[in-house]
Structure formats: structure tokens, C-alpha cells
Design a binder for this molecule. Structure first.
Ligand code: PMP
Length: 362
């Protein structure tokens, strides 16, 4: 027996884990710096960690119910929307699936950025949709505008936009998002992915939900809240179709421990603030000190144009700094370096500058 024809679905390529790289290189994992997956170098909020311990003591044998309701209510209050408008999910990835399930009929098309986050494509394929692309141009600094998307738009059912964008760090302005929402068909859903939203100074698009009912906004606890390992995120959707959640969500997919940790993390403003300040410092440090062209970034990483990404990423890994080769994003000249702590970021820059000097022909 075989699965259905999955040949058009490219496998997800994650940043390499510290243990697997350490094993390959025969190194101690503690000697490695992992800056390949845009994780929070300051870890999770201590309040969230305490909540995880507490939940383990209280018991893990019951399905998550009250915690899910409490998290939904807390997020709704934070954003000033109705509880129904918050679709809690296992990571923002889970919310992408819920939106695909809710919106796509087989054969309908979805417009995605190229380069871009690969799960938009995977989720579309899983839900029997077709993929069209809009291109962000390296020559234009990966600028994102309504015109750029509208040039490729052909009435697709869903358009994914990412702000700040992975892997480039570029972002949308409020005005451009508004223009896009105004220009597309009423039956086209614009999904604004704000997985890196905390690191940006642009406002969240969640407040546009009161004006547009063809908008959904994704957020996650994986980045600034440092809970990537627990898989917890959400979509904010318009009131008019918010009740579809009950029909599309996987029962209890957002688990008890994750919901409790997210609730506690929402009470720890200091941790988020420290994480965001630190990322802002790190991206400026990289932009100023890397001996390679970098792109403006509003996220917790910087894209650098190093010429031969796979060679540079491999050499960097051998030297103990794991970064992301962006060839799989269609950018064979670029590497993406996540913001580390001050010490990690300085080491990464020093290491990369040595490698770039060796690899780049003079
Ligand atoms: N959107 C973007 C743009 C991302 O980069 C990521 C994480 N790599 C996600 C969504 C998914 O995040 P989560 O961990 O919440 O599933």
C-alpha cells in the first residue's frame, strides 16, 4: 500500500537541532550555539515554566477544557475581540490548517509568497488546494506591497502574507495591508501571519477585524514568549464566521500544559520585553558588524547575503554556530541568523566574518 500522491508536497525542512549536529560533529551540545530556528535565546518565561511543573503535579490525565477556555478569554480580552474570534491551535501552524479546512474547497487556489514560510504550501496541498505564488524581489530588499501581491492575484481563495516575513525580515505597513484588503474579492481571505509580530513596531492587524471580514491574523507563543516546544498559537478571525472553529478544530489539539503555560506567559510582560529588546539589539549588532550585506529586519533574525549559503552554513556549523542555509527557501546566496543573547550574537558574527573572509574570493 502507498499514501496518496504526495509528490507535489515538499517536506518541511526545519533548522537542524543542537543534539543532532553535536552527534554528527562529535561535539558536546553545550559547545554549540543554535541560531537556525528563530527560537528565544532567553528561554521561556519563568512563570510559564512554573505553570508546567504545577500542571504535572496536578495531573495530566484529563482533557484540556477549562485551560483552553481561560486562554481564549484572556487572548480575547488582550485584543479587544469576542471570545469566539480567538481560534487557539497547536502553534500558528495549527491555525493555518484550521483556516485551510474552513475555507478551501478541493481545487481552489491559494496565493503564497516566494520566498516564504513553507507550511502555507503544505497546508494547502493537504487540503487539496492549488498553489500560486507572488515573488518578493531580493533586488528590492524583499519589499512587500499590495501592488506586488495584486500583480499576481487571480481571485485566489486565500492569500498568505507574512509580517514580519520569514526568512527576509521585511514587513507590511498598515496602509498597504488596508489597500490589499480593499482591493481583493470579498470571498478572498487575507491571512496576515504575525508569528514575529512582537518584534515589530507596526501595529497588529487584529484591530482591522472590526472593518474587514475577509481577514485572519496568526500569532504564536513560539517566538517572543519562548514556548516553541509546547506548540501553542492562535488565529484571530472576524465575528461573522468565527463559529466555524467548532467544526474544524482538532479536539483538544492545544494541550493542557501548553494552555496553562501560555496563560502564565501572558502575565509575564518583563520576559517578553526583555526578549524583544534583546532581539532588537542583536539584529542591529548583526547589521552593523557582519561583513556581508544584510536586509532590514523587523523580526528576531537577520538575512545575510553571503554568496554561497550552503558552504557558509556548513563551515559555521563546524565552527559551532548553527545558522540557516536559505537554499531551501530558494535563496542559495543567503543565510538566516536568529538573534541570540549578546554573547551568542557576538560569537556568531565573529565566526561568520572569519568564514566569509575565507569563502569569498578576493
Ligand atoms: N509562521 C511563520 C512565518 C513562521 O516562521 C513560523 C515558525 N517557523 C510559524 C508561522 C509557525 O509557528 P508555530 O511554532 O507557532 O507553529
Amino acid at each position: 500500500m502507498q499514501p496518496r500522491d504526495l509528490s507535489a508536497t515538499s517536506p518541511y525542512v526545519p533548522g537542524r537541532g543542537i543534539e543532532e549536529v553535536a552527534r554528527d560533529l562529535g561535539l558536546d551540545p553545550t559547545d554549540l550555539i543554535k541560531l537556525s530556528s528563530n527560537e528565544n535565546p532567553h528561554g521561556s518565561s519563568p512563570k510559564a515554566v512554573e505553570a508546567v511543573h504545577q500542571q504535572a503535579d496536578d495531573g495530566l490525565h484529563v482533557y484540556p477544557k477549562a485551560s483552553h477556555t481561560d486562554l481564549t478569554e484572556k487572548l480575547a480580552a488582550k485584543w479587544g475581540v469576542a471570545d469566539e474570534q480567538i481560534w487557539v491551535s497547536p502553534g500558528a501552524d495549527g491555525a493555518i490548517d484550521y483556516l485551510s479546512r474552513a475555507m478551501l474547497e478541493p481545487g481552489q487556489s491559494v496565493l503564497v509568497p516566494d520566498p516564504g514560510f513553507s507550511y502555507y504550501r503544505m497546508s494547502t496541498r493537504h487540503h487539496h488546494g492549488e498553489i500560486n505564488e507572488y515573488e518578493l524581489s531580493k533586488a528590492d530588499g524583499f519589499e512587500q506591497t499590495a501592488d506586488l501581491v495584486l500583480d499576481s492575484y487571480d481571485g485566489e481563495r486565500i492569500i498568505h502574507i507574512t509580517s514580519p516575513h520569514n526568512p527576509t525580515g521585511s514587513e507590511w505597513t498598515r496602509e498597504e495591508i488596508r489597500t490589499l484588503l480593499d482591493e481583493v474579492d470579498d470571498e478572498t481571505l487575507v491571512v496576515v501571519d504575525e508569528a514575529y509580530g512582537e518584534y515589530s513596531e507596526e501595529p497588529s492587524s487584529i484591530d482591522l477585524l472590526s472593518e474587514f471580514d475577509n481577514l485572519a491574523v496568526l500569532r504564536t507563543f513560539s517566538k517572543a514568549y519562548g514556548l516553541a516546544g509546547l506548540r501553542i498559537g492562535y488565529a484571530a478571525v472576524p465575528e461573522s464566521w468565527a463559529d466555524a472553529y467548532a467544526r474544524v478544530n482538532t479536539p483538544f489539539a492545544a494541550n493542557e500544559v501548553a494552555c496553562r503555560a501560555a496563560l502564565a506567559a501572558l502575565d509575564d510582560d518583563d520576559h517578553v520585553e526583555q526578549s524583544v529588546d534583546s532581539a532588537q539589539w542583536a539584529r542591529e549588532y548583526m547589521q552593523e558588524n557582519l561583513d556581508a550585506p544584510t536586509f532590514d529586519s523587523a523580526a528576531n533574525f537577520v538575512l545575510a547575503d553571503v554568496g554561497d549559503a550552503s558552504r557558509v552554513a556548513e563551515a559555521s556549523q563546524r565552527a559551532g554556530v548553527i545558522i540557516r542555509d536559505c537554499s531551501s527557501f530558494g535563496l542559495p546566496g543567503c543565510v538566516r541568523i536568529s538573534c541570540g543573547t549578546r554573547e551568542q550574537t557576538k560569537t556568531a558574527v565573529e565566526t561568520l566574518n572569519e568564514i566569509v573572509a575565507e569563502v569569498t574570493p578576493t
